[in-house]
Design a binder for this molecule. Structure first.
Ligand SMILES: [Zn+2]
Length: 645
């Protein structure tokens, strides 16, 4: 599950009320998930050997080859077409791998340079050393400014909502802006500046103010002690201007008395006036290296001559957080291997078991089943976004997408009636509003009959709900913090299985020994029933627009609502939209999935941070212009934000 999309996580949940539908004939019990297999698969994927499976690392690629090997053993058809016969085992496995572009590392180029203007700088000091006195940010644009004036601009925060603008008093247009790290609130993560004070937002604010480059003064005395000194890239697009962290010593050479400036910055922004420093030449040169990254795709061809053109995608992401860093919930500086047993070795084990079960099923599924282990999920659904842009079976023929993310921590809940208590397994299902048929399908497969082994646990109790397989929590929305979002954005009905959050989420302690294997087997067997039920009908599920989680984005502190579904992965020259919610301001403005927002409310938009920044400046009920690229066409539309409820 991706933390980047976590703000969209279920807020409103709806408990399934029993629909009084007659339980249809059960699928003949052809095969059941093997707890042994689930244990083996999770033990391997969550082992130290794979070092947390961070996208683009050898550990993730070992996982991909392992999954490809399993697909091959099951006799699934490889997803990729290649010229010539495969001869070696490696060549056979490679045919299951769908590569996608991904920057896994950043390094310094040869041409980094910050110097005083040679004519005007002090004679004893003309240049600063990259790596010691300063270091570029991984998302910095390459390029620079020659002999540019420097201007101190407080904390470099600009927020209409907070009525706070460091750039209102410090004119940085065509100059190099120099600002302090952090906020006037210190590092308070719940303070009013928590969002506006983030580096990405400072970058957007400096660019919007017309700065040629942004230098951020480290908060630690020693540059290498500063948490921002680590060169890293979040695959969320370039800043648009050169950006670097500079040491406090370097800053005082350029600006003079830092302690005095800090005092000024900690007062209200409007009081600090214009402070200029010595002229600088700045050149930033970072190299962002792409690493091979793959989705793993295996196909079980359908048995029905007509329906085999339709496909059901079953997915689970196999990547995780590696050794920590971006996205980690660990507070430790060196947290170690993030094992990701629940997130999401559990889903991959479910995927492989479903592949085995559906391959053995007799009669065979009528529709083609496409099994996909995604990568890049934790970095913002990169792999699944790539897949929907480069589908192996056309999306128009993709009748449903079933996603499993974190299905290994099933809990039990109490069912009570009078003096009787029964414990029942709890399961969360997302996307139930994305097809007309979903609730009925879920309900009839959740009903227990006398023959079910689970039924015996509850037999004799007249407790409401005890004739159900699970205590279900249903969420209507097709968007959520995992790969099904990418499919729903393309109008594919989705279902998302999840056993819920826990204290080990995104920490090294998400280990294989904490998995509830018996509970996971129940989820997998339920998913198999649902897939078979979908496949039994001649009619494909009817796509419907789901009620949205109206609070999505509230955690970001926005006051306004547009109803856009930003693509978090692909943005350097605009913000691409995965979709637009029905009847939203965005829909009324005429925005569409695939549009790239390049300007909004007078702000240039190059990436999701610029977009968020512009959004923070907008007021409900006021009309703004939004410029989008649709194909090669540039359109100007009018959008009126609504009040966020
Ligand atoms: Zn996750």
């Amino acid at each position: 599950m991706s933390i980047k999309n976590f703000h969209r996580i279920f807020v409103s949940v709806v408990l399934l009320t029993a629909l009084s539908l007659a339980a249809l004939a059960q699928q003949p019990g052809s095969s059941t998930p093997s707890i042994n297999r689930l244990q083996q698969i999770i033990a391997y994927l969550a082992s130290d050997a794979l070092e947390g499976r961070r996208t683009g690392t050898p550990g993730a690629n070992d996982a991909a080859h392992y999954i490809a090997g399993e697909f091959s053993l099951l006799g699934l058809r490889p997803g990729m077409q290649m010229a010539g016969p495969a001869r070696t085992r490696g060549e056979i496995r490679a045919r299951y791998l769908q590569p996608f572009p991904y920057v896994a590392s950043v390094e310094l180029g040869k041409n980094n340079l910050i110097t005083f203007d040679p004519e005007r700088g002090p004679e004893d000091l003309t240049g600063f050393t990259v790596g010691k006195d300063w270091v570029p940010f991984g998302f910095s644009s390459n390029g620079g400014a020659q002999g540019a004036a420097t201007v101190f601009a407080g904390y470099g925060i600009s927020s209409a909502e907070l009525k706070y603008d460091d750039y209102a008093v410090s004119n940085v247009k065509d100059r190099v802006a120099i600002v302090f790290e952090g906020t006037p609130d210190g590092d308070n993560p719940h303070g009013q500046f928590a969002q506006a004070g983030q580096i990405r937002f400072k970058a957007a604010a400096a660019r919007a103010a017309g700065a040629r480059a942004l230098l951020i003064i480290a908060s630690e005395d020693k540059l290498s002690d500063d948490r921002l000194s680590r060169l890293a890239y979040d695959n969320a697009g370039e800043a648009g201007i050169p950006i670097a962290l500079i040491s406090r010593q370097m800053a005082s050479h350029v600006l003079g008395d830092l302690a005095g400036l800090e005092k000024i910055a900690n007062g209200r922004a409007s009081s600090h006036g214009l402070r200029t420093g010595r002229n600088l030449s700045v050149i930033v040169n970072v190299i962002r290296r792409e690493s091979p990254s793959f989705n793993v795709v295996g196909i079980l061809p359908g048995s029905d001559p007509k329906l085999r053109n339709e496909t059901i995608v079953i997915g689970a992401h196999y990547d995780h957080l590696g050794m920590g860093g971006e996205g980690s919930g660990s507070l430790s500086a060196r947290p170690g291997i993030h094992h990701g047993a629940d997130d999401n070795a559990s889903g991959v084990a479910g995927l492989l078991e479903l592949a085995r079960m559906l391959t053995l099923q007799n009669p065979k599924p009528r529709r083609t089943i496409v099994f996909i282990a995604f990568s890049g999920e934790e970095e913002g659904l990169i792999g699944s976004n790539y897949y929907v842009n480069h589908p192996i079976v056309p999306l128009a023929n993709t009748v449903a997408m079933i996603n499993m993310d974190m299905i290994g921590r099933m809990r039990k809940v109490e069912l009570k009636a009078d003096n009787v208590v029964a414990m029942q397994s709890a399961l969360i299902i997302g996307g139930v509003g994305t097809a007309q048929e979903w609730k009925a399908i879920i309900d009839r497969n959740n009903s227990l009959t006398n023959g079910d082994p689970v039924y015996r646990e509850f037999s004799g109790h007249a407790i409401p709900g005890s004739d159900k397989r699970f205590a279900l929590t249903l969420n209507e929305d097709g968007y959520g913090p995992s790969d099904h979002s990418s499919f729903y954005a393309r109008q594919v009905p989705v279902l998302f299985f999840w056993t819920g959050n826990h204290d080990d989420y995104h920490k090294p302690s998400d280990t294989a020994d904490k998995i509830n294997y018996e509970g996971e087997a129940r989820v997998v067997s339920f998913a198999a029933r649902i897939v078979s039920d979908i496949d039994r009908s001649d009619k494909r599920p009817t796509y419907t627009v789901a009620k949205s989680d109206s609070q999505g984005g509230r955690s970001m502190g926005f006051r306004v609502y547009l109803g856009t579904i930003p693509n978090y992965a692909d943005s350097n020259d605009g913000l691409k939209l995965d979709g637009v919610r029905d009847d939203s301001p965005a829909a009324k403005a005429g925005l569409k999935a695939g549009d790239k927002i390049v300007k909004m409310a007078g702000r240039e938009v190059k990436n999701v941070y610029d977009y968020t920044y512009a959004l923070g400046e907008m007021k409900a009920g006021q009309e703004y212009e939004v410029e989008v690229m649709r194909g090669s066409e540039r359109l100007t539309l009018k959008i009126t934000p609504a009040v966020r409820k």
